[in-house]
Structures are given as C-alpha cells and as structure tokens.
Design a protein around this ligand. Structure first.
Ligand SMILES: [Zn+2]
Ligand SMILES: [Zn+2]
Ligand SMILES: [Zn+2]
Length: 648
C-alpha cells in the first residue's frame, strides 16, 4: 500500500497520523518499514490500565515499573513508556493474528520482549512464511481472511491455551476461546484495579456493532464467524465482565447490555442469511436417564445416574460449524480447537452433578475432540474398547481417518463381549467394525429401553430409501470385507429396540429392519469380492495392510528411535517379507533389510532402529520416508510410508 492511501486510511479511522519519518527504518530481517506512527497518547482507563490507540487498541496493564501489553499495533507504545514511568514490558499477549494487532512486533523482538499468542493461531505468527508458501489464491473458495497474516515469521515465546490461566505477578489472565472475528481468537479476562476486565479482540466493536463482516466469512457464501461469534459472546456474557476492552472502538463500561444488543443483532442477521445459530441448540431427554444432543457435530449422549453422576457417550464439538471450520483451520501437525458446550445446561436442566466417565463410540475426532477437556476441566475418566487405547494414547502412531492430534490417557478398556456395571446400569461392549475398525457398540437397559449406542456404523433409514439402515465406507478408516456383516449380526443378536447413532436422532428399530440391513451388508461383501482381484479382497480395501509405526515420527538429529513395520496378512497362507527403509542417506538404519514371515490371516511386526546423526541438517521441518517391500518373492515397491517431523 502506498503512503498517501495509508494515511487516508488512518485519518478515516479517526486517528491523527504523525508525519512519516524521512526515511524508512532499516530492518535486520530484510523487510522495509514505513515509519508511520499513530499520533495518540496513552489514555488512562483505571489506575493501572491504559489504552493506546494505534492500528489497534493497545492495552497496557502496569504493576509498578513493569507492564504487560495486550496486542501491540505498530509498537509505538514503546516510545511512551518513559512518560508513564515504565521501564520493563514483561509480555505482549495477542488476542488474534491479524497484522493490525502485531505488525510492529519486530520492535518487541529487537528489545527481547517475549510474545504470547493464541494457541490455535500459533502457526500464523511463528510460521507465517510457510503459510504464504501454501496459501492458495487461485480457485479461491476458502475465503477466510487469513490473508491478514504477518509477512514474516515471529518468534513465539508462549502459546495461550484455551481455558488456561496466564499468570503475571499477581494478575491472572483467563484465556477464553472466543472464535468469531477469527477462528482462533481469544479473550483475556483479568481483575484489574478491582474490576473484571475482558480484552475481547475484535469479537465486538461497540454496543450492537462488529468491526466488519468480511472477517466473519470463512467459506464461500458462509456466515460462520457470525454463528461462532454469537456463541462466544453468549459465553463471555456469562463471565460478567465489568469493563470490555475491544481491539477497535471504545472500551465499554458496564458492557452487558451492549453485548446483549450485539447478540440480538447478529442473531437476526444470521437467521436472515443462514439459519438457527448454534447458541440456541440444547440437549433434550430421550427418557429420564438418557439425555441426547444431535445438533452437536456428532450426536452425544449423557446417561444420568440417580446419584447425579453422568456417563457421556461421545463428546465432540459444539456444532458442525465449530467442527468443520476448526478442523480446516488446524495447523498441519496440531490438534483441533474445542469449545465447551452443553455441560451447563445438563447441570441446570437435568441435575447433572459430575461427569464421571466418558466413552467413545469410536476413535474419530468429531466424536471425541472434547475428551481431553472433560478430563482436564471436569475430572472425567475415559473408558473404551480395547483397540482404541493406543490410537488415543499415541495418535502419531497411525494414519487413519479423523485422528485427534492430542494424546489422552485411557483409564479402563473392554474386550468384545465384556459386561460391566456403572452406577445402577448394566452394560455390554461389542466390537463394531465397518465405519472403522476402531469402533464399539455399547448395549444398556435404560428406562425400559434396550439401547444400542452404535457410533457411525448404521444410521436411521432414509424415509424414501430401501427400508434398510444407512452406512458409509471410508477405506482409510480400516474396513474389511466382512466388517459390516459382523457388526449387524452382533446388533441383531443383542436385540436392541432403540438405537443411539453417532449422527442424527435416536430411532426405534425392529428385527425386520435389522435383517434387511444384514442382507444389504452381505450384498456389499459380494460386490467387494466381485470387483477386487481373486482372493485378495482385503488387500484392496485396506491401504494400511503394510504400515510403519509410528506413522508420524517425531525426531531430532542425534536421536535413535525404533520404527516398526506392521503387516496384516489377509492371505490364507503365510507371507514372506523383505523390507528396506528408504530414508535420507546419512541416517543409520539397522538392519539393512528386515526379513520375516506373517502368519496366514494374521499379523506380524518387526522393527528398524533408526539413528539420525547429530550433524545431519534436515532439508525441511517435515519429510517423508518409505518402505520398499518384497512379499512372497514379488517386488511391490514403496507401498507404504511415514512422515518424520523434526522437533523444534
Ligand atoms: Zn482483526
Ligand atoms: Zn462421526
Ligand atoms: Zn466416524
């Protein structure tokens, strides 16, 4: 942008621009600087809280001669510190990644001021150049304004994790997730001079107003940031801030009515453009002890004991919009953002006192992305079917569909056919493959119903369909030719009358529906076998019959790690394997070739020891390696791979 245009923008934004310096300031990093600066002076809001109007509002919280800044703008605030008697800035805390919040951070870097950023936007600060290398401009349908990202990488000293507390001296900043203006935005809430102050970024501009609409659009024609913003503002109102400090606009004393007004207007706008906002979705009772919610990203269920304890079956994102948008915005090697939902309502409307246990129907992130939160903030224990344990505890191990990139511990696991008691209820667990190998069916008698929680195995029949339950196929999830047949047979044997699926509402079933579905699943098996090479059906369904474990190896030069080759042999005879690892030439791989046998219709595993020399320089932060395979004397080539992520 040319100088005059820039100045016109500043004056139109109500800021008096200081004359530009004669020559642009030099930069060590190679980018020139404009030398523009705002003309305002810091304005005292309360005894120890100042606002400085820059490209965004920069808030300064002081404690004697030290201070913390919320956002940084051009960095001009640094020149005003002597007048305020401040000699030290301990931290800069950012509410979101837009350039107007942080474009002057290079000045802070020069002065070695540490910078903390919202956890889920870290890559847009620290890895900005990589963002620009990969951000597509042609064929633009993902219209989210991540284009307002820094031009240079910024060293990030700390990530501000949702629902955590950032402590600075005597001041605690609560990190509250408030997506809306951006998907990763946070609000920082702290008691300052006896007042509860919320630094809300650009969630809201003024009573009844937001800063702009274009930042709220993520997908082509969408209004995602409006929906998410209504939800965030509703949660922020529950915090009852006494002073709201936005990134643009005037601070609001007694902000509740202004926030309510904004929610009201955003809601009217969203209903006009898109439909019903997430904020108005609530869980409902299927029967007195079984509460359901199907408008969350996946359906989730709370079994309520008379003691007030709850067992959750699944607990994913607050809505499809929360999940879909957060999933797409997640950095390559990171975990999805999760925002709490439904729990307050379960307490208020249904008398839930605690969340004792959470069980996943299956391993998919849309069903379990709230589990780490349930453990951390509600003390829930995780119980699951046995084959899910390692996927949860070592998510880097696998390349399957929909893995949650955040490990969590499982307290108890169950085998196929195992029965157990929780509170006054009796349960039985069954393996329920098809949609994914890593799925259970959970059977229970609740309020006179024989209930089956079946995850994503089978869904409610289409009213205009063929009178069978719907299902889907995702080969990356590990499906074998008879997976669905096994699951429907187990379901028939357990005689449920009520199905609680992983998506959609609960529905009643009778034997005729289950038998018709079984028939359909047998047809599917016949179709698989008809299409795929004779006797090799499962090899044609499972892309991971040979795999490397862990799939995502986290490594550093100087380290030595075990890398396992896992083989699932679907043949009715033993399979002889010879496998070599294709990796950077400097690495030390032992042995040179692995030779072993996989039993008929069985599994086998052998390991390479991989040593990365200390002096080795990675060509990229993340790279691929492959396994070259000979099976039963046939050279199949590099049919499987792993990625190696270098530790930062
Ligand atoms: Zn912004
Ligand atoms: Zn699902
Ligand atoms: Zn699923």
């Amino acid at each position: 942008m040319k100088g005059p245009t820039r100045r016109r923008f500043i004056s139109s934004a109500g800021l008096a621009a200081a004359p530009a310096a004669a020559a642009p300031a030099p930069s060590k990093k190679g980018y020139r600087r404009s030398g523009f600066a705002p003309g305002a002076k810091p304005e005292k809001l309360t005894e120890n809280l100042y606002r400085f109007e820059d490209t965004c509002n920069v808030y300064l919280i002081r404690d004697g001669a030290a201070a913390v800044l919320i956002d940084f703008g051009s960095g001009k605030i640094l020149d005003h510190l002597p007048a305020l008697g401040i000699t030290r800035i301990d931290w800069i805390l950012h509410t979101h990644h837009h350039r107007d919040q942080c474009q002057g951070d290079w000045r802070a870097v020069e002065r070695r001021i540490p910078i903390a950023v919202p956890y889920h936007e870290t890559h847009l600060f620290a890895d900005a150049r990589n963002f620009w290398r990969n951000r597509r401009v042609f064929h633009l349908y993902y219209v989210r304004n991540d284009f307002n990202t820094l031009t240079e990488d910024l060293p990030v000293a700390r990530r501000l994790t949702d629902y955590s507390t950032f402590r600075w001296g005597k001041t605690d900043f609560f990190v509250m997730p408030t997506p809306g203006h951006t998907l990763g935005s946070i609000t920082l809430i702290a008691a300052i001079d006896g007042k509860k102050v919320a630094f809300s970024g650009d969630l809201m501009y003024a009573p009844g107003k937001i800063l702009n609409l274009y930042d709220t659009q993520v997908n082509y024609g969408g209004a995602e940031g409006i929906d998410l913003g209504i939800y965030s503002l509703a949660r922020l109102r529950e915090q009852k801030p006494e002073l709201l400090c936005p990134s643009h606009g005037q601070p609001l004393q007694d902000p509740d009515s202004g926030m309510a007004d904004t929610v009201r207007k955003l809601t009217a706008y969203y209903r006009f453009q898109s439909g019903e906002p997430v904020e108005f979705n609530r869980p409902y009772a299927v029967s007195p002890h079984l509460i359901a919610h199907h408008l969350t990203t996946s359906s989730f269920y709370a079994i309520l004991s008379n003691s007030g304890k709850a067992m959750f079956i699944d607990y994913g994102a607050a809505s499809g919009a929360h999940f879909g948008n957060m999933e797409r915005a997640t950095a390559t090697a990171d975990r999805i953002r999760f925002v709490e939902h439904s729990i307050d309502h379960l307490r208020r409307a249904y008398g839930m006192k605690s969340i004792d246990v959470a069980m996943p129907s299956h391993m998919h992130d849309d069903h379990i992305c709230g589990f780490p939160h349930l453990m951390r903030h509600h003390g829930a224990r995780i119980w699951c079917y046995e084959n899910m344990v390692d996927v949860f505890e070592n998510p880097r191990g696998y390349n399957l569909g929909c893995i949650l990139g955040e490990p969590f511990k499982v307290a108890r696991s169950f085998k196929h056919g195992e029965k157990f008691r929780w509170e006054e209820f009796e349960f039985e667990v069954a393996h329920n493959p098809g949609h994914t190998e890593y799925q259970m069916a959970l059977y229970a008698n609740i309020d006179g119903h024989r209930v089956a929680f079946t995850g994503d195995a089978f869904f409610m029949p289409n009213p205009r369909g063929d009178g069978t339950m719907r299902h889907n196929l995702i080969f990356r999830n590990h499906v074998e030719s008879d997976s669905h047949v096994k699951s429907i047979r187990t379901l028939i044997d357990h005689e449920p009358n009520l199905i609680c699926p992983g998506h959609g509402r609960h529905y009643l079933v009778d034997k005729a529906l289950l038998l018709a579905t079984e028939e359909k699943m047998r047809r599917q098996k016949d179709l698989f076998e008809g299409l795929l090479p004779e006797g090799l059906t499962n090899f044609g369904l499972d892309p991971g019959w040979v795999s490397l474990y862990p799939y995502q190896l986290l490594a550093a030069p100087g380290e030595s790690q075990k890398l396992e080759v896992r083989v699932q042999n679907y043949k009715p005879s033993a399979m002889k394997l010879e496998i070599a690892l294709i990796a950077p030439a400097e690495w030390n791989i032992v042995p040179d070739v692995l030779k072993f046998e996989a039993p008929s219709n069985g599994k086998a595993a052998q390991a390479f020891q991989v040593t990365i020399p200390r002096a080795w320089q990675p060509p990229a932060p993340r790279l691929a390696i492959a396994a070259d395979v000979i099976a039963d004397g046939r050279y199949l080539g590099q049919i499987t791979e792993a990625v190696v992520e270098m530790k930062a």
